[in-house]
Design a protein around this ligand. Structure first.
Ligand SMILES: NC(=O)c1ccc[n+]([C@@H]2O[C@H](COP(=O)([O-])OP(=O)(O)OC[C@H]3O[C@@H](n4cnc5c(N)ncnc54)[C@H](OP(=O)(O)O)[C@@H]3O)[C@@H](O)[C@H]2O)c1
Length: 282
């Protein structure tokens, strides 16, 4: 059996950190102990910030010390509450529009530093079964652009800036259904599956620059009571019964996975799709 030893250190900790993207241990740049505010001094850009998962992600990243810039499309009290509760700055953009997506990072830069962390938590599904009628190419193209095209576009642009800084964390929102299939929502499941292939490919290119790219793929999440339900109570009950924990996820439980992947310490996890699905089996 061949035993692989790590290469000997070639310099001090700080210079090795610069070369590999591995964070130096100890206090953060802001002087806060790293275990209390591991994201102090980092800027996080979170799309879908007013969604149930994006909102939970913004709150978690802000609580861990990140300066958060959230993106949403529609003005809402929820957006105001998020900004008031976290100090997050919010921008509005329609990410189904490639031009608005292209302009987004420039707008973020007007507010402050380029993002060290990008979390793409926007998206929407559509119920259009394979056998449901004529294939609606225009509608499927819009669905693809929102759930995959805009994500690739934004992540690629952010990655270029992160590479120059020799640090970056990119977390994309896929879906368990991207791997298992989602009866009645084939276009959405296909778009989510595509993100795993994109992340695994981009991780390979970006790894040498200290930039990781991963996908969090949630299973079924408990919807906010005030939102129009996507799934019926019976569908939710069935989904909960198929999990090992016998319940739907809380948004904060999904955000925890993002928090892990966004942290400096997750420097050796990349190209992965992390199922956060309560151990679902079907
Ligand atoms: N919830 C689940 O059970 C579940 C399971 C698996 C995967 N996911 C994925 O996880 C991510 C977050 O889901 P969620 O449940 O938090 O979704 P959500 O509550 O429906 O929120 C969607 C978010 O995306 C934004 N958005 C939608 N269309 C947009 C557009 N054209 N341009 C810009 N922003 C747009 C919305 O902004 P506005 O409100 O301002 O329009 C909102 O902030 C999504 O990618 C979703 O596909 C969710």
């Amino acid at each position: 059996m061949t035993v692989h030893h790590p290469p000997p250190p070639t310099g001090d900790t700080a210079s090795r950190a610069t070369a590999t993207g591995v964070p130096p241990s100890g206090d953060t740049a802001a002087g806060t102990p790293a275990d209390q505010a591991p994201l102090a001094g980092r800027t996080a850009l979170v799309t879908g910030a007013t969604g149930q998962l994006g909102d939970a992600v913004c709150r978690l990243l802000a609580a861990r010390g990140a300066a958060v810039v959230g993106v949403h499309r529609t003005p809402s009290e929820r957006a105001e509450a998020l900004a008031a509760g976290t100090g997050a700055r919010l921008l509005r953009a329609d990410l189904s529009d490639p031009d608005e997506t292209a302009a987004l990072l420039g707008r973020v830069r007007e507010l402050g530093p380029a993002p060290d962390i990008l979390v793409c938590a926007h998206g929407a599904t559509a119920r259009r079964p394979v056998l449901g009628g004529a294939y609606d190419a225009a509608a499927e193209q819009r669905l693809w652009q929102l759930n995959t095209g805009s994500v690739q576009q934004l992540a690629a642009a952010a990655a270029k800036r992160m590479m120059r800084a020799k640090f970056g964390r990119i977390v994309l929102f896929g879906s368990r259904g991207g791997a298992t299939g989602m009866p009645g929502q084939p276009g959405y499941a296909a778009a989510k599956a595509a993100l795993s292939g994109w992340a695994a490919s981009a991780a390979w290119e970006l790894g040498p620059f200290g930039v990781t790219v991963n996908v969090v793929a949630p299973g079924a999440v408990r919807a906010r009571p005030e939102d129009a339900p996507v799934y019926s109570a019976e569908e939710d009950e069935r989904a909960a019964g198929r999990t090992a924990v016998r319940r739907l996820a809380e948004p904060a439980e999904i955000a925890e996975a993002v928090g892990f992947l966004a942290a400096p310490g997750a420097s050796y996890v990349t190209g992965q799709t992390l199922l956060v699905d309560g151990g679902a089996r079907w």
